[in-house]
Design a protein around this ligand. Structure first.
Ligand code: PBG
Length: 328
């Protein structure tokens, strides 16, 4: 790196002397086009219930999702992501409900595409909202089975695409799932459906509040370390991303966000493709609680989101999307 000039003729504070001067030299910023809003859906009628572990975030019954989707559309958020709180009675060991065309996600997609065709809809492909054990795949003798699972996932992807889903997001971390999903989508005439692969998804403690939100939390802490990544590794993330691009991913996601800024940066440096990041539930709840108790102020939200932009992210899945879209 070459340095130009030195103190006292050079004073870097000069470019920070006033708001206008600072704005003039800003290197990174965030716009509403960068935001993806997660929406939780639940059974029943006329329900908007706050999630205890995620203050300010609600589960909506299908008849009420217009409320939040209209708000997202009004501020021009490009994409919403649907997550179902499947009732316990509909969960089983193989996650059959994932393939029910009247499950919560399918009904939500149909409704949103009908009422708000201007907004993109994304849905996860993974079994954890539907399995009684909370794992992202089918299990046999405590093993999460890879090849059996991805066959089901490809059917889940086709079903969601048939409902009108625009972006299919495999969040399960099985090997080979992007390839089989791309092939199945193409074979079934869904060539324009995009795949957002959760390529580097780490086995993280920061998913706690989310598992509570979709009711997949188990009595004993669930261990997903045989498929989600070890947080001690970074080169492995590059291999995961390389594979997913080869298999047909349109964009890739890094998850969680704040503890993994280095991964976003190195993926972006290595591959010239859109990199997304998921600011997960635990990150949301930490910041939200900090603000609620007066330890942090509101600006901490923007600061966390800009750090993703600085590290190279194109778009951010964040529970703050609506709040922030209104402010920027
Ligand atoms: C499920 C899934 C998870 C999240 C998104 N999709 C949790 C998990 O893998 O256990 C986490 C999101 C969040 O914490 O906000 N495959």
């Amino acid at each position: 790196m070459k340095f130009y000039g030195k103190y006292p003729s050079l004073r870097l504070r000069r470019n920070r002397k006033s708001s206008w001067a600072r704005r003039l030299v800003e290197e990174n910023n965030i716009s509403v086009n960068d935001l993806i809003l997660p929406i939780f859906v639940t059974e029943g009628k006329n329900k908007i219930e706050e999630i205890k572990t995620m203050p300010g975030i609600y589960r909506y019954s299908i008849d009420k999702i217009n409320n939040i989707v209209n708000k997202a559309s009004k501020v021009k958020i490009p994409l919403v992501a649907i997550f179902p709180n499947t009732p316990k009675s509909k969960k089983d060991i193989i996650g059959s409900e994932a393939l029910n065309e009247n499950n919560l996600v399918c009904r939500a997609i149909r409704k949103i595409k009908k009422n708000n065709p201007e907004i993109g809809v994304m849905a996860d492909v993974a079994l954890d909202p539907y399995t009684s054990h909370g794992h992202d795949g089918v299990i046999n003798k405590k093993q999460v089975l890879n090849d059996e699972t991805i066959k089901i996932l490809s059917k889940q992807a086709i079903l969601q695409a048939e409902m009108g889903c625009d972006v299919i997001a495999p969040s399960d971390m099985m090997d080979g799932r992007v390839g089989i999903i791309r092939k199945s989508l193409d074979k079934n005439n869904h060539k324009d459906v995009q795949i957002l692969s959760y390529s580097a998804k780490y086995a993280s403690s920061f998913y706690g509040p989310f598992r509570n939100a979709i009711g997949s939390k188990q009595k004993n802490k669930i261990n997903k370390k045989t498929y989600q990544m070890n947080y001690r590794n970074s080169e492995e993330a590059i291999r995961e991303v390389a594979l997913d691009i080869k298999e047909g991913a349109d964009f890739v996601m890094i998850k969680p966000g704040l503890p993994y800024l280095d991964i976003i940066k190195s993926v972006k440096d290595n591959f010239k493709i859109p990199v997304f990041v998921y600011q997960v539930s635990g990150e949301y709840s930490m910041i939200k609680n900090g603000i609620k108790t007066g330890i942090l102020d509101d600006e901490s939200i923007i600061e966390s989101l800009i750090s993703f932009k600085r590290s190279g992210a194109s778009a951010i899945v964040t529970y703050f999307a609506l709040d922030i879209a209104k402010k920027i």
